[in-house]
Ligand binder design. Structure first.
Ligand code: PEP
Ligand code: MN
Length: 357
């Protein structure tokens, strides 16, 4: 890993010497939309303009991107505003076209990172492209090795201006996020590859406008190197991800609130906050699991009622307790804590089932 780490070229991001801000619409829709959004994004706080030209969509028959003509609009943004320009690529043809239009930053989307053949095809097409910056979004599922594997494929083709984007992970559970963030996984990622710039994408984590600031704050506490936030000149009428896009003016307001954190937080306070974020994240997961458990208790209650089975089954209870305590012990949890927690859970479950009866 050390060799990979040492080969990462950070000069492209270190030159700014403040958090990098990438912003622009989810998708390029029209020349007017692209140019208006870019002009309203003040270049004193945004460095890179993003717009998706080729959009990988979960279901067919949705808008799949404007294609090649969007590259011309992006080139115009670069010429008119001086912003660097970025788009998503998902195959060799995209890479060649984007480079021929002078796109500075290419990102590999979450669905593509999950596919080694796709990443290899992209890496092969990029061979020798020393100037292009490549950002690799996390794969949709939390697999660190697969994510690092994508970086290795790029590095082996001589691509070294790299960064990663934390855009959250798919979860089948009920969650307030569109894609569940995993700060702990990112901390591990940083331990393995301390030199890789980490950018946070609060837009795709939240899936709504309201949560973006909170996620961006967390990213700052974890000392991420930058943010990628979707912005649109007319978010209500966006052709994709309308719920999560904000106006360029809203972005500025948000960034002002973040500068404040950056300036006044001491390292010890930031560390304290990052531990608290990790604990909060675990508590959220525990609560979601509790809700799931109680739901199953309800179903069990109905089943027991219909089959005329007693609610309380002492043998099953004894068994469960033993198994949980042994598992807990192997993970270093005290018997006292486990006994207390499981007694409470069991009582609640019995209560729910008795109510049904
Ligand atoms: C996007 O950035 O618009 C996008 C499609 O992101 P992701 O790959 O994270 O879903
Ligand atoms: Mn999007």
């Amino acid at each position: 890993m050390e060799k990979i780490n040492n080969n990462i070229d950070r000069t492209w991001i270190d030159k700014w010497n403040h958090p990098l801000i990438i912003s622009g619409p989810c998708s390029a829709e029209s020349e007017q939309q692209i140019l208006e959004t870019a002009k309203r994004l003040n270049t004193s706080y945004v460095q890179i303009f993003r717009a998706g030209i080729w959009k990988p969509r979960t279901k067919p028959n949705n808008f799949e991107g404007i294609g090649k003509k969007g590259l011309e609009w992006l080139r115009k943004v670069k010429k008119d505003t001086g912003l660097m320009i970025a788009t998503e690529i998902a195959n060799a043809k995209h890479v060649k076209l984007a480079i021929s239009f002078g796109i500075d930053v290419l990102w590999i989307g979450a669905r593509s990172t999950a596919s080694p053949f796709t990443v290899q095809e992209i890496a092969d097409a990029l061979e020798g492209e020393k100037d292009t910056i490549i950002l690799v979004k996390n794969p949709i599922h939390p697999d660190i090795e697969l994510w690092i594997g994508a970086l290795e494929r790029l590095l082996s083709k001589g691509i070294s201006k790299l960064g990663v984007i934390h855009r959250g992970f798919y979860t089948y559970k009920n969650s307030k996020y569109r894609n569940q963030p995993n700060w702990n996984l990112l901390l591990n990622f940083r331990k393995i590859l301390p030199r890789i710039p980490i950018i946070c994408d609060p837009s795709h984590i939240c899936g709504n406008k309201e949560g973006i600031l909170e996620i961006a704050k967390k990213a700052y506490h974890f000392q991420y190197e930058g943010l990628m936030v979707e912005s649109h000149c007319d978010p209500l009428h966006a052709w994709s991800d309308a719920q999560q896009q904000i106006t360029p003016e809203n972005l500025l307001e948000m960034l002002k609130k973040l500068t404040y954190i950056k300036k006044y937080d001491q390292k010890s306070k930031r560390d304290l906050n990052s531990f608290r974020i990790l604990i909060d994240e675990l508590d959220e997961n525990i609560i979601a699991l509790l809700a799931e458990r109680m739901n199953i208790s309800k179903k069990l209650g109905t089943l027991k009622k219909n089959s005329d089975i007693a609610v309380f089954q002492p043998k099953r209870w004894k068994n469960m307790m033993e198994k949980s305590i042994n598992l807990g012990k192997s993970l270093g949890i005290s018997e006292e804590l486990l006994e207390g927690v499981f007694k409470l859970l069991h009582q609640e479950s019995i209560k729910i089932q008795n109510t049904i009866r």
